[in-house]
Design a protein around this ligand. Structure first.
Ligand code: FES
Length: 125
């Protein structure tokens, strides 16, 4: 299901913003709401927003945004990604992982998911 994570008005066009994602955890041992699930990079373009996982698809390091260079980058192994998530350098086997996003009542909502690293194709965990 979708998780509400940010106000659209708080995002600036083409200025990525890292936002934490909290939601429900449900498994055989745990049932908790409002747990920290992870984080996403939000990139606004007018009235629409794209969300990318902050986890590098290579080995799972956190991806930073380098404002001066206008790109996302892993600080450890050199993978770099354009602002639209395309891989432009380094060992990552694929582009940044996008998450399904929508805007409802002025709020940005994402459908949270985690994906395996080190594979060219996306496989959900
Ligand atoms: Fe470092 Fe991806 S984990 S380049």
């Amino acid at each position: 299901s979708f998780v509400r994570i940010a106000r659209l008005d708080d995002l600036v066009d083409s200025e990525p913003r890292k936002v934490g994602v909290r939601g429900q955890v449900l498994d055989a041992w745990t049932r908790a709401s409002e747990e920290r699930l992870g984080a996403v990079w939000l990139v606004r373009s007018g009235s629409s927003v794209t969300a990318y996982s902050t986890i590098c698809p290579h080995l799972g390091c956190g991806v930073d945004f380098r404002a001066r260079e206008r790109k996302f980058a892993c600080p450890c192994h050199g993978s770099a990604f354009a602002i639209d998530g395309r891989r432009v350098a380094g060992p990552s086997p694929r582009d940044l992982d996008p998450l399904v996003t929508r805007v409802r009542d002025g709020w940005v909502e994402v459908r949270w998911r985690r994906l395996r690293q080190g594979r060219r194709l996306r496989v959900e965990i």
